[in-house]
Design a binder for this molecule. Structure first.
Ligand code: NAD
Length: 478
């Protein structure tokens, strides 16, 4: 069913439609169920200019007032939970309960961020001078997000950028534009015009945005390949940059775990959001002493999980979000089959509409196989047997990515010792994936540049401005 033009962009606080549109597909049915505006180059320019004009007033607005408005935006999102979650499930595919978690997390994230304040760092306060560093806003931020958590990942950019006095143009993925456009609608009655503009469009919109001369900073979340292109385009005018990119996270399971107790947690560390999480477990290293029982427990657990339309009750895992990603994940499955790796469960091709891939576990494929070496970003997990801690740490770290990882053990000290040797931005210890609004999150090596989250995440949206003042005599500033 085609719903038509119910969606508009938000430019300078106003609803803006377009002459052409992009189809939005429900990945569970492959039906086009809505159209989103296709932003023209002129409209993009209008959005960036609106943000540029709004910057003077917004950056001069007292910090407390900006905190209140970001908090109010969080509340408006929480108040609109049902509409936003239903729409998110329809365009993204995730089960409704997960969509509700994402929308709720976004509302609470904005509210949590709005409690963080910017420090003034006093570097020197002696008899002759006082030297202090302030954190001042950068200007217009281009925020570009992917389709796996279109709302939550937008929140990691919107809150810090706006709190610190920047204005923004937000561009969601062409696969999931609608919830972001609805978010734009909510901002119209809360934020001053031009402070947060939301635009949607096709593939060329991203490069248009990153190349625009009035963009001062780009905050990008997506694949490493695209991140590298974004970095190139930022170089021309030395735009500030935060990149949150891909990962190939290892879970290391030590021999002392209680297999029955950890199996479901390990399962969801890999298969939450259908494996489409940057910090999902993408390689699971299991000690040889427990390899067989844990392998069996994971396979048995997988058999109990309902994969289906996210809008249907009881669905735990939805479809892959879009056709190109579906083809990529299927390609990795076919590569594993061609190479003769053993499948513990899954791997079959889905008959019928929807980008469905069954939960697939592959039994100890070689370390240099594609399914181990590449980021799959889907419901296919290699289980890998290891002998010693030194060996598994080396295998886990021998990776171009460095986003996150996890360690599982009954002995927290042992787990901590392993965690400290992992070369990743985050390590979860007997814990599911959790991003604190108050902690830095970022990737090492090809997983990114800079951080989001907490005060460090706010500071990414600021320049430092150091004020050096002479004191006429002790205690008095000249
Ligand atoms: P993608 O790189 O294909 O697209 C991300 C966004 O960039 C989309 O909005 C897209 O339209 C836009 N884009 C595409 N080409 C562009 C260009 N040349 N210039 C500017 N923008 C452009 O990524 P995806 O497939 O949407 O998302 C999956 C990837 O995102 C995975 O690799 C995953 O690990 C990564 N990811 C990382 C994090 C993190 O925080 N590190 C979080 C979520 C997802």
């Amino acid at each position: 069913m085609t719903v038509g033009h119910n969606y508009s962009m938000t430019i300078n606080g106003e609803a803006v439609s377009s002459t052409s549109s992009i189809d939005v597909i429900n990945p569970a049915t492959e039906e086009v169920f809505a159209q989103a505006p296709e932003c023209s180059r002129e409209q993009l320019d209008a959005a960036v200019r609106a943000a540029h004009r709004a910057f003077a007033g917004w950056s001069a607005t007292p910090y407390e007032q900006r905190q209140a408005l970001v908090h109010a935006l969080g509340q408006a999102i929480l108040d609109d939970l049902d509409t936003l979650s239903t729409l998110l499930t329809r365009e993204q595919g995730k089960p409704l309960f997960e969509a509700k978690i994402e929308i709720t997390s976004l509302g609470r994230l904005l509210q949590a961020q709005s409690t963080i304040t910017l420090p003034v760092d006093v570097a020197e306060d002696g008899p002759d001078r006082i030297v202090e560093t302030h954190h001042v806003p950068i200007g217009v931020v281009a925020a570009i997000v992917p389709w796996n958590f279109p709302m939550l990942l937008s929140g990691f950019k919107i809150g810090p950028a706006l709190l610190t006095g920047n204005t923004m143009v937000l561009k969601p993925s062409p696969f999931t534009p609608l919830t972001a456009l609805k978010l734009g609608e909510l901002t119209r009655s809360i934020l001053p015009p031009g402070v947060l503009n939301v635009i949607s469009g096709a593939d060329e919109l991203g490069p248009w945005l990153t190349n625009h001369p009035l963009i001062d900073k780009i905050s990008f979340t997506g694949s490493t390949g695209t991140g590298q292109k974004v970095m190139e385009s930022a170089a021309a005018s030395l735009k500030r940059l935060t990149l949150e990119l891909g990962g190939n996270d290892a879970a290391i399971v030590l021999p002392d775990v209680d297999v029955e107790k950890v199996a479901d947690k390990l399962f969801w560390s890999a298969f939450g959001n259908n494996g489409q999480i940057c910090i999902a477990t993408k390689r699971m290293y299991i000690h040889k002493d427990i390899y067989e029982p844990l392998k069996q427990a994971l396979t048995a657990y997988a058999a109990r999980i309902k994969v289906g339309d996210g809008a249907q009750k009881g669905t735990r895992i939805g479809p892959i979000n879009n056709r190109p990603q579906y083809d990529r994940v299927r390609g990795l499955i076919e590569d594993s089959r061609k190479n003769g790796y053993a499948f513990l469960t899954g791997g079959e091709e889905h008959q019928g509409p929807g980008y469905f891939i069954p939960v697939t576990l592959i039994d100890n494929p070689p370390e240099d196989s594609r399914i181990v070496a590449e980021e799959q970003f889907g419901p296919v997990l290699p289980l890998l047997r290891y002998d010693t801690v030194d060996e598994v740490i080396k295998r886990a770290n021998d990776c171009e990515y460095g986003l996150a990882g996890s360690v599982w053990s009954s002995d927290e000290d042992k787990a901590l010792a392993v965690a400290r040797r992992l070369k990743t931005g985050t390590v979860f210890i007997n814990h599911d994936q959790y991003l604190s609004p108050f902690a830095a999150f970022g990737g090492q090596r090809k997983s990114g540049l800079g951080v989001e989250g907490g005060l460090p995440g706010l500071l990414e949206y600021t320049y430092t401005q150091t004020l050096v003042r002479r004191k006429r005599r002790a205690g008095t500033v000249e």
